[in-house]
Design a protein around this ligand. Structure first.
Ligand code: NAD
Ligand code: ISE
Length: 337
């Protein structure tokens, strides 16, 4: 059976996911697209012979030709489309953030709990990256002892002019927060955000930022965002345990020896670094739905928790102080995930 997917938001990552589904993955087709910019949606649909173009995301969700929904529009629109998908009883894959406000994430959780089973998956694709998966296996095995510190470096060569101060936290570090929760298997309870000496390439941005978070058991998580670092898209991760350490290795595809030096290639951007993770993330989502199993990837609670950590981070940046993170009670629906 082919899973017919409707995509809302045919911008950069919407097109990346469509390409991935139509050119690399199996078991699914793009049956519908919608974008606030209708010309863009039509242009994207030109390469998709079976895709209908809808003026409104809501109509796409309700279409009988759409079995499952992918939401890749701007973050501020996610709540509306995720809630509509839940109301229609359709599985929905929502790019991060699940919603831009904690209260909106809570409304999604309430709707999903009322539905009675999981329909929502959030696009935290790092959980599907081969290197991160091996890192988690090592941590969970106890080989390096109990984790004590986790360092998470998130470096972008540059960011667009529309990138604001808070985005280093809510748009970039949100991935690191999710990784910390997933790798450690615990919630984060506090955050302190410290601006470093500014990178002169970053204009008015506070770049780099250093964030120090604590987990429930007292593990310290140290997140670095550097979003104008020029040399490439570099993702670092190291867990310091009681008896050893484990870190993401450099993933050179080639070793270059030239002019008396040895070097390797660093990815240009997130698409190049996480191409394999996006493939696995979407293939596992498609396979689960096709076989009638609820998605097992990052859930609404994960999306909510990440947004709450982001809110606390933004508050800490403004206040120059530590801010506590309070999540409240987790519904039983999310206990086994
Ligand atoms: P983009 O601006 O390139 O594309 C977003 C598209 O959504 C635009 O074409 C816009 O017209 C459309 N849109 C906006 N409001 C809409 C609405 N109400 N209905 C239909 N379409 C609407 O942005 P992008 O970079 O593709 O980012 C989209 C989302 O994906 C964001 O939430 C972003 O955080 C996330 N993202 C995730 C990753 C990742 O690594 N997982 C990477 C990039 C972006
Ligand atoms: C972007 O939105 C992403 O999600 C990328 O993974 C991240 O590296 C980048 O900083 C964000 O702007």
């Amino acid at each position: 059976m082919t899973l017919n997917i409707g995509v809302i938001g045919t911008g950069m990552i919407g097109q990346t996911h469509i390409r991935c589904i139509t050119q690399a993955l199996s078991g699914a087709a793009i049956a519908a697209v919608s974008d606030a910019n209708r010309d863009l949606a039509k242009e994207v649909a030109n390469d998709l012979p079976d895709a209908e173009v809808f003026d409104a995301g809501q109509e796409l969700i309700e279409s009988d030709h759409v079995d499952a929904v992918i939401v890749t529009s701007w973050g501020s629109t996610h709540e509306e489309f995720v809630l509509a998908s839940i109301a229609a009883g359709k599985p929905v894959f929502c790019e991060k953030p699940l919603a831009t406000e904690a209260a909106a994430c809570r409304r999604i959780i309430d709707a999903e709990v009322a539905h009675g089973s999981r329909l929502v998956q959030v696009g935290f694709m790092r959980r599907y990256d081969v290197a991160y998966r091996v890192l988690k296996t090592v941590v969970d095995s106890g080989e390096i002892g109990a984790p004590l510190i986790y360092y998470s470096g998130h470096r972008n060569p540059e960011v667009p002019g529309s990138y604001t101060r808070e985005m280093a936290i809510v748009d970039t570090a949100v991935h690191d927060f999710d990784m910390a929760r997933w790798l450690l298997g615990e919630e984060l309870v506090g955050i302190r955000v410290l601006p470093a000496k500014r990178n002169s390439r970053g204009g008015e941005l506070l770049d780099p930022l250093l964030m120090i978070l604590e987990s429930e058991s007292g593990v310290l998580v140290n997140v670095e965002t550097s979003v104008n670092i020029a040399y490439g898209y570099d993702i670092r991760g190291e867990v310091v345990g009681e008896t050893g350490t484990a870190s993401l290795a450099d993933r050179n595809l080639v070793d270059i020896r030239s002019a008396g030096a040895r070097s390797g290639r660093i990815p240009a951007d997130w698409r190049e670094r996480f191409v394999g993770a996006f493939d696995t993330e979407l293939q596992e989502w498609i396979d689960a739905i096709a076989s009638g199993v609820a998605p097992t990837g990052p859930n609404s609670w994960d999306g909510y928790a990440a947004t709450v950590v982001c809110d606390a981070g933004v508050e800490s940046l403004a206040a120059g102080d530590r801010v506590a993170i309070a999540l409240g009670t987790k519904p039983a629906l999310y206990d086994s995930h």
